[in-house]
Design a protein. Structure first.
Length: 404
């Protein structure tokens, strides 16, 4: 059985999900590969969709035109690339779509669905069943029909979001595509949507290598390695996807929570993309690690920390939370989306009241004081996301769809 994963680019959370799922299937002896439009990291195990630079340029030009047609935060994605005749696509027994925005249009997906082979689409955010937003910020219009989108200036019922939604309904009605979601929350949302309510949808979580993301022995030694104060409690915040300025990642709630903890007893480590000006307390010790490409460093950061804080507004699946838990470090977050499924309140972490900075502070202090006890249970909870467990779940789905 040959499985081909398709995603737009070899960076970001969706690619991380595709890569790890690919690795989990490969470990089970399944012929699994990844194909991308844009390959930035040069990993030859990742297939480029285009064999010549002209085709690559054409795809990027089409994406540029799509951006010109965008309104507010909503893209139209009318133009895409037909990959149904790509040799890797033709050779695959099953095609798995991940994040294909800026690459495949609705029409291109319909052409794939006409190839008489199973298509699985994994929802890494809400885009597939909305009028174009990746997170709806609890708007909820996708349940009915979108339109008059709060992300688009003006008040028009028939706007880009309505047109996108109607196109997706047509695509799904005409295509035999199986949908999966990495959290029970995203699956429930999708089943309520006007786009996917008639489709078969199942829950299969994201996966990670729990033999690599695992507890290390000497936390003090790790802190000395990174010149981190061994006398203070360490808070870790991951700022991927412009995390400190990305409203959905909730950095403002962490910043406010710091007002309610004994700041001299704590220090904050931030990794990823952080603004130069964060408006943090002047007496707070802050260490900026920048973008981390080497995952070994990330594992060590998780292990030297007392708690990880992920105060997202909405989240399909918290990779930062899951990675930290696998390393035996408890997480503090709000009870939203997939995070509420990963973190059990005061058992393996802390679920603060939604958007409540004071309770978020309580969670930080609670986890920092009970790191060892909570961390052991966090590790146990994270083991269900192992390559072996999730790989078997997904391979069984592939076999069922391919062979009946």
């Amino acid at each position: 059985m040959k499985v081909l994963h398709i995603t737009t680019i070899d960076i970001g959370g969706a690619f991380k999900g595709a890569w790890r799922l690919n690795e989990s299937l490969t470990a089970l002896g399944i012929d699994s590969q990844i194909m991308v439009r844009t390959r930035r990291n040069g990993d030859k195990k990742v297939i480029k969709a285009f064999s010549n630079p002209v085709a690559q340029l054409s795809s990027k030009i089409k994406n540029g035109i799509n951006r010109l047609l965008a309104r507010g935060g909503i893209a139209r994605d009318l133009l895409g690339t037909d990959i149904s005749h790509n040799s890797s696509v033709e050779d695959a027994d099953i095609v798995v779509l991940h994040w294909v925005n800026s690459f495949l249009s609705v029409i291109d997906v319909m052409k794939l669905a006409q190839m008489d082979k199973p298509i699985i689409w994994i929802m890494h955010d809400m885009w597939l069943f909305t009028g174009g937003c990746h997170y709806d910020n609890y708007c909820g219009k996708y349940v009915d029909r979108c339109g008059n989108c709060p992300l688009i200036l003006g008040e028009r019922d028939i706007d880009i979001s309505r047109k996108n939604l109607e196109d997706k309904i047509h695509m799904m009605d005409k295509s035999n595509i199986f949908i999966t979601g990495p959290s029970k929350w995203i699956v429930a949302c999708a089943r309520d949507s006007s786009i996917l309510k008639r489709k078969e949808i199942c829950y299969i979580p994201n996966t990670l290598d729990t033999s690599f993301y695992s507890p290390l022995k000497d936390r003090i030694k790790l802190r000395k390695k990174y010149q981190v104060n061994t006398e203070k409690k360490v808070i870790l915040f991951g700022a991927a996807d412009n995390g400190t300025s990305n409203k959905n990642k909730g950095f403002i709630y962490l910043r406010d929570a710091l007002k309610y903890i004994p700041i001299d007893d704590y220090l904050l480590i931030i990794f990823g993309n952080a603004n130069s000006e964060l408006s943090l307390p002047s007496n707070l010790e802050v260490i900026r690690m920048g973008f981390i490409k080497d995952e070994k460093i990330l594992v060590e950061l998780y292990n030297l920390s007392d708690t990880v804080v992920a105060p997202s507004n909405q989240e399909v699946f918290g990779y930062t939370v899951c990675e930290a838990m696998a390393c035996g470090t408890p997480a503090v977050c709000f009870p939203v989306g997939g995070l509420e499924e990963q973190v059990l309140h005061k058992e393996n972490g802390y679920l603060a009241q939604y958007h409540d900075a004071r309770d978020l502070a309580q969670g930080i202090m609670f986890c920092a004081e009970h790191t060892e006890e909570l961390g052991k249970k966090a590790r146990q909870s994270a083991e269900k996301y192992s390559y072996d467990n999730v790989g078997k779940m997904f391979s069984e789905l592939c076999r069922r769809l391919a062979y009946g």
